[in-house]
Design a protein around this ligand. Structure first.
Ligand code: FCB
Length: 449
């Protein structure tokens, strides 16, 4: 357990927690919701570790008032949720389904009434299945469809959402969804998945324009980043590290910040049309940074189809996901972003940071998760250090409010500040919830640095 007092943060620093629609909502067949690629994938045998689906998840669709009360009790100033595209456009095109919009309208109003800023992610991986049937993100049309959907959501919520996030982790969606097939839609195209990068980025740029036309609210994207640790000291190891860094950290950031694609990353440049790079580089107000861990990289074995080999980074405690707990990686990453992009880097918010542990209620019914407290303490200190290094970090969102349905891991990984008993849907705040509540209370409203 941390013993030093929590670090201080500038006045106005945004304290939040994040969730996503398919991981918590359930109610997959209600109020006109269509099918997404994750419904299809989760219902395909062998895709999810425990054979579970998001059909019910945390039943948040029916319990959102209780969940907003948990947010209010935590004292966060913001809540990042995602809008399920198939609730708004069941087939991915056409007019909005009013009942779908109504749900998020109520959620936004409830958040505002509780003093919590709504932060809305438009796409957290739940593509309407009919769009996947038409080629998914491999098809350029997906970008246009995404912008049309963004327009519908902004028309209804644009007067109240305090920060818009277009896409969540387009790198992870491309690589696990279309590259290796561990996530929906389960395609295994390896480097032939690159059009998915371009079409997501194009969709982002077109959605930025749609949002700007409807709302004065700030706009962001949430990228996943992982600082690269080169394991080995040969030139081939260093080249492998650079190749991985280009793919994971720069492919989705260089074009956003006006630099075009990093050399050698776009296997098929013919998908890039005149004007696309300008659309993608439309100014954003905030860069969302999702950080979990560093990646170990070394030269590939001969004959490997990849220009790098990934290997575990040793020397850190590990979470139940076997991810290293490396707060120094967060400071390093923020310094890398600042060093690489200089003044082109917009203000940053940490839009996800968190850990999974095998948390269960003890005999007293309480859930003690000292590892999560240590994790959060370490990562907040890393953010504080990055501020001292001169990086403009404006907020920190914990993944996640609730234990929830963790994609291909199903219900086997618990990331919540609040424990969920999936049999009864009982929510039990863990000791990390109380710790974060006290930390936020102790740091809110302090004078600027
Ligand atoms: C991120 C995802 C989020 C959650 C966490 C653990 O990559 O954005 O939905 O699964 O990992």
């Amino acid at each position: 357990m941390p013993t030093a007092p929590p670090p201080q943060f500038p006045a106005g620093f945004r304290w939040g927690v994040s969730t996503s629609a398919y991981q918590i909502e359930g109610a997959v067949a209600e109020d006109g919701r269509g099918t997404s690629i994750w419904d299809t994938f989760a219902h395909s045998p062998g895709r999810v570790a425990d054979g579970s689906t998001g059909d019910v998840a945390c039943d948040h669709y029916h319990r959102h008032r209780e969940d907003v009360a948990l947010l209010a009790g935590l004292g966060v100033t913001a809540y990042r949720f995602s809008v399920a595209w198939p609730r708004i456009q069941p087939a991915g095109t056409g007019p909005a389904n009013p009942a779908g919009l109504d749900f998020y309208d109520r959620l936004v109003d409830d958040l505002l009434a509780a003093g919590v800023d709504p932060v809305a992610t438009l796409y957290h991986w739940d593509l309407p299945q009919p769009l996947e049937d038409a080629g998914g993100w491999l098809a350029r049309d997906a970008a246009e469809r995404f912008a049309a959907y963004a327009d519908l959501v902004a028309a209804r919520l644009g007067d109240r959402v305090k920060l818009w996030i277009t896409l969540n982790e387009p790198f992870v969606h491309m690589s696990l969804g279309y590259g290796t097939g561990e996530h929906a839609p389960g395609r295994t195209l390896l480097f032939d998945a690159f059009p998915v990068a371009h079409h997501q980025l194009l969709g982002h740029g077109l959605a930025v324009a749609a949002l700007r036309a409807r709302t004065a609210g700030p706009v962001a994207i949430a990228n996943n980043y992982s600082p690269v640790r080169v394991l080995g000291d040969t030139d081939a190891d260093r080249a492998a590290g650079a190749a991985y860094e280009a793919l994971h950290n720069r492919l989705f950031t260089d074009p956003l910040l006006g630099r075009g694609y990093p050399d050698g990353t776009l296997a098929d440049p013919s998908v890039v049309r005149d004007g696309d790079l300008a659309t993608i580089a439309a100014p954003i107000d905030v860069l969302g940074v999702n950080y979990y861990n560093p990646t170990g990289v070394r030269a590939p074995a001969e004959g490997s189809p990849l220009p790098f080999e990934l290997a575990p980074v040793e020397g850190y405690p590990r979470t139940a996901f076997d991810w290293p707990v490396a707060p120094d990686g967060l400071r390093e990453l923020l310094g890398w972003l600042r060093g690489t992009y200089g003044d082109a880097l917009p203000p940053v918010e940490i839009t996800e940071s968190g850990c999974a542990y095998d948390d269960r209620p003890g005999p007293d019914g309480r859930v003690h998760d000292p590892e999560r407290i240590a994790y959060l303490d370490g990562h907040l200190r890393a953010v504080r250090a990055a501020l001292d290094d001169g990086v403009d970090v404006r907020g920190y969102f914990v993944w996640s409010l609730l234990d929830n349905w963790e994609w291909a891991e199903g219900f086997t990984k618990r990331f919540g500040l609040v424990h969920v008993d999936y049999a009864t849907q009982a929510r039990t705040p863990k000791s990390s919830y109380a710790w974060l509540r006290d930390t936020i209370a102790a740091t809110r409203g302090e004078p600027a640095r």
